[in-house]
Write a protein that binds this ligand. Structure first.
Ligand SMILES: Nc1ncnc2c1ncn2[C@@H]1O[C@H](COP(=O)(O)OP(=O)(O)OP(=O)(O)O)[C@@H](O)[C@H]1O
Ligand SMILES: [Mg+2]
Length: 228
């Protein structure tokens, strides 16, 4: 059974939706719509009775919920009904004046525990750069990120990792390790901002490869026509 994100115009460019129990990455620059995309995926599932979990590794869950208040996603109601959960799992803890990094395996355990207890079927983790903050030895970075993703694939839920586009000229470990990679773009053209979406990889799916317009409406993001 395919998982419909319910994001207008998106599912039809990936043959109807996402393959369940896989891990996807949504990557893009600041303000390109990553959080909105993740929240819509969860809220649409939750509205149809599928439990969803949004894990904030850095920006507080409360701030994230407040920022989404503009949209008709019904997030507060879905939270009240225990269909939707927003939790903070900080990757760095502050004790007094010193900061302590938290191991990625501890972050994974907290998430896995919540997923199992609440029968979560849709999971969003925001942002992947924060997971890197939790890795002490830079030499272990790729291995730790890869292991984190392998562990996520063992969970009985469909996961979207939100990943900042730090260096557009190189791909990051999560972009290789995931089952599908979606790029969100925002760039200036003729004095105005153009937003776009592009599927770079979607294993097992004959996906659309065009750059398509992405717009914000009352429900959040929607995918429009091709960019000329
Ligand atoms: N109705 C709206 N309410 C809130 N934001 C809107 C609205 N319409 C358009 N936007 C745009 O959405 C952007 C925020 O989107 P979002 O938080 O999903 O981006 P992001 O890629 O997660 O950003 P970041 O990298 O900072 O986490 C705002 O900067 C704003 O330009
Ligand atoms: Mg965001």
């Amino acid at each position: 059974m395919i998982i419909k994100t319910g994001i207008k115009g998106f599912d039809r460019i990936v043959q109807g939706g996402l393959i369940p129990n896989r891990t996807y990455v949504v990557s893009g620059p600041p303000g390109s719509g990553k959080t909105t995309f993740g929240a819509q995926f969860l809220a649409n599932g939750a509205s149809a009775g599928t439990a969803g979990l949004y894990v904030s590794l850095v920006r507080g869950a409360e701030t994230t919920i407040a920022n989404l208040n503009n949209y008709s996603m019904n997030i507060p109601i879905l939270i009240k009904r225990n269909r939707l959960f927003f939790i903070d799992v900080p990757s760095v803890a502050v004790y007094g004046h010193s900061e302590t990094q938290i191991d990625p395996s501890v972050i994974y355990s907290e998430i896995a525990n919540f997923v199992n207890v609440h029968s979560i079927k849709r999971l969003v983790i925001d942002p992947m750069s924060a997971l890197r903050f939790s890795i002490r030895d830079p030499g272990l970075m790729d291995g730790e990120v890869g292991r984190f993703i392998q562990h996520l694939k063992l969970l009985d839920c469909t996961t979207i990792l939100l990943s900042e586009l730090i260096d557009p000229s190189t791909y990051s470990t999560e972009q290789y390790a995931c089952d599908g990679l979606i790029f969100l773009h925002n760039f200036m053209r003729g004095g105005s901002m153009v937003r776009a979406i592009q599927i770079t990889k979607m294993c097992g799916t004959a996906h659309d490869c065009k750059m398509r317009k992405l717009d914000f409406g009352g429900e959040g993001l929607f995918v429009a026509g091709e960019i000329a």
